[in-house]
Design a binder for this molecule. Structure first.
Ligand code: TXA
Ligand code: MG
Length: 347
């Protein structure tokens, strides 16, 4: 068990802030792991060039060894230290979306530890739009590997309290920087094929990417389970993901048909995950995660709502089905995975 230091960077003086950043960078340079907020979710940051440091990330999360990590940089030029084959589109996309919730997969030149890419010849790179994360990357002068700061398989953390629940005793330090702005992980775009391909949807939408590069494909694993023998483009897609302890069932259809279904099937321990304002219309206890038409808000609140349902002791959760337009695709992707793709079409 490690003695996890929990420090808030909220409302501190400039001098205190600089001290926190310097301390985090020191811990990272010494080969250990620090949890930091980014604009998407909190991440577990460590030196991407050190095999031992990267191993500590995998251990802290209980993450399968074949699921690669994203490398975080603070300056676009640093991508050239990680890849000798950066396509022209990468520059255009970075100009538009970096720093921001956007990750690009390019050919790796092998300079970071092999374990970061889990044996793949490619590497995922992102420049986060979070002052704390950027300052720590700059202060450590290293490319930093960082997955979401949750125990593998559970919902990603969107607040420092979530990280504390999952990571106390497992890492050296947690920095509290408040709630994450987007609440779902970055869009992951592969640039290694003929046409750019979204492997994981996020706050940077397919349409926004299309406007820069002309064409974009969406990997079929985004809204469907990957079958036996299917070669996955992103190993992260294989695993049960984002799931609370409760069983989640997504019910696709109108509010009326949702209410009818729940009335017919309800048992003790059932909860609903619904849109704002619907709570009182449902026959079971409910947690809401944003207005029906507000995908950005749903993204921001989804993981927190899933964690809250566990705290309330939910055994089974009936979830309303979000729209899959725009950022909604990311919300659907995470919720469908949390449900193990148990999605029922109501008539
Ligand atoms: O917003 C984010 O991206 C957050 C914050 C902390 O930056 N990070 C994050 O990391 O979500 P993680 O490890 O939870 O998810 C990384 C995803 C996984 O699905 C992984 O399989 C995929 O990116 N990935 C990483 N490297 C890859 C590669 N070379 N090829 C294909 N997929 C890759
Ligand atoms: Mg994750």
């Amino acid at each position: 068990m490690l003695n996890t230091e929990y420090i808030s960077a909220l409302g501190v003086s400039d001098a205190e802030y600089n001290e926190i950043i310097a301390k985090a960078a020191e811990i990272i340079k010494s080969g250990s792991v620090v949890a930091l907020p980014t604009e998407t979710v909190y991440g577990l940051f460590a030196d991407a060039t050190s095999t031992e440091a990267v191993a500590k990330i995998f251990e802290a999360k209980g993450r399968p060894q074949d699921n690669p990590l994203i490398v975080h940089i603070a300056d676009f030029q640093d991508i050239y230290k990680l890849s000798d084959e950066v396509p022209k589109e990468a520059e255009e996309l970075a100009k538009k979306f970096w720093p921001g919730p956007f990750t690009m997969i390019v050919k790796s030149n092998g300079r970071v530890s092999k374990s970061v890419s889990a044996g793949l010849s490619t590497i995922a790179v992102r420049m986060p739009d979070s002052k704390i994360a950027l300052d720590v990357i700059r202060a450590s002068k290293l490319p930093l590997a960082a997955p979401s700061a949750n125990i593998s398989g559970f919902p990603s953390p969107t607040s420092a309290e979530h990280v504390r629940d999952d990571m106390t005793g497992r890492i050296e330090m947690i920095i509290d920087g408040g709630e994450c702005r987007y609440g779902v992980e970055s869009t992951v775009l592969s640039l290694t094929g003929d046409v750019p391909r979204i492997l994981r949807p996020g706050a940077v939408t397919a349409d926004a990417i299309k406007a820069v590069v002309g064409a974009v494909e969406i990997d079929e694993s985004v809204l469907k389970p990957v079958g036996e023998g299917f070669v996955v483009s992103s190993p992260g897609m294989k695993y049960r993901h984002y799931s609370p302890k409760a069983q989640v069932i997504v019910l696709r259809g109108s509010l009326n048909s949702f209410v009818e279904y729940v009335e017919r099937h309800q048992m003790e321990g059932d909860f609903a995950l619904c849109f704002d304002g619907e709570e009182d219309l449902l026959p079971i206890r409910a947690v809401s995660f944003g207005a029906e038409k507000d995908s950005l808000m749903q993204a921001q609140r989804l993981y927190s709502a899933l964690r809250q349902l566990d705290e309330l002791g939910a055994e089974r959760v009936f979830a309303r089905c979000p729209s899959k337009e725009g950022v909604g695709l990311a919300v659907c992707n995470r919720l469908f995975r949390a449900a193990g793709f148990n999605v029922i079409d109501l008539k």
